[in-house]
Design a protein around this ligand. Structure first.
Ligand SMILES: Nc1nc2c(ncn2[C@@H]2O[C@H](COP(=O)(O)OP(=O)(O)OP(=O)(O)O)[C@@H](O)[C@H]2O)c(=O)[nH]1
Ligand SMILES: [Mg+2]
Length: 244
């Protein structure tokens, strides 16, 4: 009888393919692990916004549960915050002063998981130019664009009679950011016609809309002080619980 079994040939190329496949899997796993590690090491929450918007009082209410007499901050306040679902976040209250805010923002932006942009809802109409420009500069920051931390626009001082509500503030910002985006990109184009899209924020073919940004944007209302002694920072606390 003739043995019809054909010997299995293990050619060199088979081993090479197996080796490449294993190598690709290992590299992918290492990249995933590094990405997860870098994400979990980002647990910073930045309280930022113009001077006097209430960041330090909010920080005090959040961390120490008490009202304090505040003064214009000249340095940041940092503390761990345990959320209602037992997550630990590092909250950083950044001074709003024009000369200081960029320095402190730059120091903490790499580890930022979420940004709370605090607004004085009772004076926003007067301060909208500054408030929108500051927010714009945060949004176009290359580190922020890379890490895409979540953003909460916290409409503070809701105890004040003429405070604007959250949805009105959202529209006011969107309108001003739309104008800013047009001005900034034409300024840049006049310097260098090749940087047409440098100031691109969201979809520049349409009116500015927070929903078109790569990060998740939420709006909440708060008051960190009320003459009747009450405080409402529940919207902020709920948002923080979603960041852990
Ligand atoms: N009525 C009212 N006053 C508030 C509220 N939150 C803060 N304030 C007051 O607003 C003033 C400014 O508050 P701060 O917390 O110092 O403001 P900030 O944003 O830290 O200001 P900078 O440190 O200068 O950036 C203080 O007199 C606070 O008591 C609020 O919700 N309602
Ligand atoms: Mg302060």
């Amino acid at each position: 009888m003739v043995d019809k079994r054909v010997p299995v040939k293990m050619e060199g190329t088979d081993f090479t393919q197996i080796f490449i496949a294993v190598f690709v899997v290992v590299i992918t796993l290492v990249i995933i692990a590094l990405y997860k590690r870098s994400k979990s090491s980002r647990r910073g929450i930045l309280l930022t916004g113009l001077c006097d918007s209430g960041k330090t009082l909010i920080f005090s209410q959040l961390i120490h549960n008490k009202n304090v007499q505040t003064h214009t901050s000249i340095k940041e306040n940092i503390a761990n915050y345990i959320s209602s679902n037992n997550g630990v976040l590092k909250v950083v209250d950044i001074p709003g002063h024009e000369r200081l805010r960029n320095k402190f923002f730059d120091q903490h932006k790499e580890v930022t998981k979420g940004i709370v942009y605090v607004v004085d809802s009772s004076t926003l109409t007067q301060d909208i130019r500054d408030a929108a420009e500051f927010l714009y500069n945060i949004l176009i920051d290359p580190v922020i664009q890379k890490n895409r931390p979540n953003l909460l626009i916290l409409c503070n001082k809701q105890d004040q009679t003429f405070a604007k509500g959250g949805s009105a503030i959202k529209s006011i910002f969107e309108k001003e950011l739309n104008t800013l985006r047009i001005t900034k990109s034409s300024q840049l184009e006049s310097v260098d016609p090749n940087v047409k899209n440098a100031a691109k924020l969201g979809n520049s073919n349409e009116d500015f809309d927070f929903a078109a940004l790569p990060m998740k944007v939420d709006i909440a209302e708060s008051y960190a002080f009320h003459k009747n002694g009450m405080v409402d920072i529940e919207g902020l606390k709920k948002w923080l619980a979603r960041q852990v």
